[in-house]
Write a protein that binds this ligand. Structure first.
Ligand SMILES: Cc1cc2nc3c(=O)[nH]c(=O)nc-3n(C[C@H](O)[C@H](O)[C@H](O)COP(=O)(O)O)c2cc1C
Length: 209
């Protein structure tokens, strides 16, 4: 084979390789996700996580969670939410011991206690009638932020159970005007928890029942 034939063979092979690479890469590369796709995927991926690894969660991460919580809407923009961040083992264990439905607190590295402040009043001096909804919206924001950050969390109910509210108030020394709504343990998920499929077309009505 002469020199020119070798050069043209090498060039042909290089061209073929480039073509194969191009076809392959356009076939397997997924379309870039839009911002809406990313947000929707996060919403649909959220699930209650009740087992955690030993990995710590930093205060910076916990701060990110409560910032997301405080981005929630609230009735008359009163923002009656308050957050108690717990990352001391003794306090986590004390909460776990007092809350039978939140035993997983004993294994979680941290928790956020979402509370309503009845001391936040309107112009007539009345506390928000919406504090439960406001703090619930904040809690959902927090859960979604945890999901987005690769953390696992679960809403454990405190309000409206008098015994659980008294237990949390005592464990955290809450003032009387601060009412705990829920305790959210936070940690890195253990295992592979999966979201539930909940969509039901029959739950949706258009333009009236
Ligand atoms: C108001 C409320 C109270 C809840 N209380 C508890 C609880 O005390 N303990 C618990 O393990 N999970 C609790 N959960 C989590 C639910 O069990 C969970 O959201 C539900 O089973 C749906 O599963 P998912 O969150 O994985 O979609 C609570 C959730 C809500 C909204």
């Amino acid at each position: 084979m002469n020199k020119y034939k070798i050069v043209s063979l090498v060039l042909s092979l290089a061209l073929l390789a480039a073509l194969v690479r191009l076809v392959y890469s356009t076939e397997v590369r997924p379309a870039p996700a839009s911002e809406a796709d990313v947000v929707l995927r996060n919403i649909h991926s959220r699930k209650s996580v009740r087992s955690y690894t030993d990995r710590a969660v930093s205060r910076t991460q916990l701060d990110t969670l409560v910032r997301a919580a405080m981005a929630a809407p609230s009735g008359r923009d009163m923002r009656p939410w308050r957050f108690v961040i717990v990352d001391e083992r003794a306090v986590m264990d004390s909460l776990s011991a007092r809350l039978p439905k939140a035993k997983m607190l004993a294994d979680a590295p941290a928790a956020v206690v979402v509370c309503g402040d009845l001391g936040v009043v309107d112009q007539e001096g009345k506390p928000s009638v919406n504090w439960v909804m406001d703090c619930s919206a904040a809690t959902e924001n927090l859960l979604l932020a945890a999901e987005a950050m690769g953390l696992g969390a679960v809403w454990t109910g405190v309000y409206p159970y008098e015994d659980r509210m008294a237990a949390v108030s005592a464990a955290l020394g809450l003032p009387e005007h601060v009412v705990p709504l829920c305790v959210v343990p936070v940690g890195y998920p253990e295992g592979d928890p999966r979201p539930k499929s909940k969509y039901k077309a029959e739950n949706v009505h258009y333009n009236g029942w």
